[in-house]
Design a binder for this molecule. Sequence first.
Ligand code: SF4
Length: 241
Amino acid sequence: MVKGRIHSIETFGTVDGPGIRYIVFTQGCPLRCRYCHNRDTWDPNLGKETTAEEIIEDALKYKTFFDSSGGGITISGGEATSQPEFIEDVFRLAKENNLHTCLDTNGIVDIQKIMGVLKYMDLILLDIKHMNPEKSRWLTGVSSEKAIKLAKDLDKLDIPVWIRHVLIPGISDDRENLIKLAELIKSLSNVQKFEFLPYHTMGKQKWLDLGKEYTLEDVPDATDEDVAKAKSIFSEVGVYI
Ligand code: SF4
């Protein structure tokens, strides 16, 4: 069985998918988001080596909590799709044990690379960081085109998704970006939920601890008012959150 590298486990997660969830944070991410709150997940050589069997054996200890809350197992990161064979094993074993499965991804992946994984997916959490390819490149190191394509491909495959967008004042909350994002969501029939994740500076300390420069130093946290404004722009396109 393929071994994977993980950063950490959270046994009672409540924000990355429905119900109470066992969250596996994998090690390694090809993106370079300026606001990354898991800066210590980037290096694929760090973390702890483990197998899908070990993970599922541990997750099953909490199955009653998952079953009573509509929860299950989520693999997040870092970027989980950087280890496609490993996460396929975890999700296959999860389904064999009747666990609800959820993949949290930045979407910067070719769908062919994860077709084996998609067979076992109940839900995908897809982060769309910026609709503008250039601004996405500035913010994350890569263009958003692949994530947008993945959203459309998952729609064709009829795999349910929650789309999430980190709302960063002055960076990803501009009208043009939000209108394009709302139009994308409106064009898809598999979006069960959309969430704005208000930007906060809580991850900054990890950057400083690692001796790295935090380049969004002057950007304030997103406020309730910022989120309300973004929702109002969405409603102009007919997307109500
Ligand atoms: S995709 Fe996630 S883990 Fe990777 S750099 Fe961006 S915020 Fe960090």
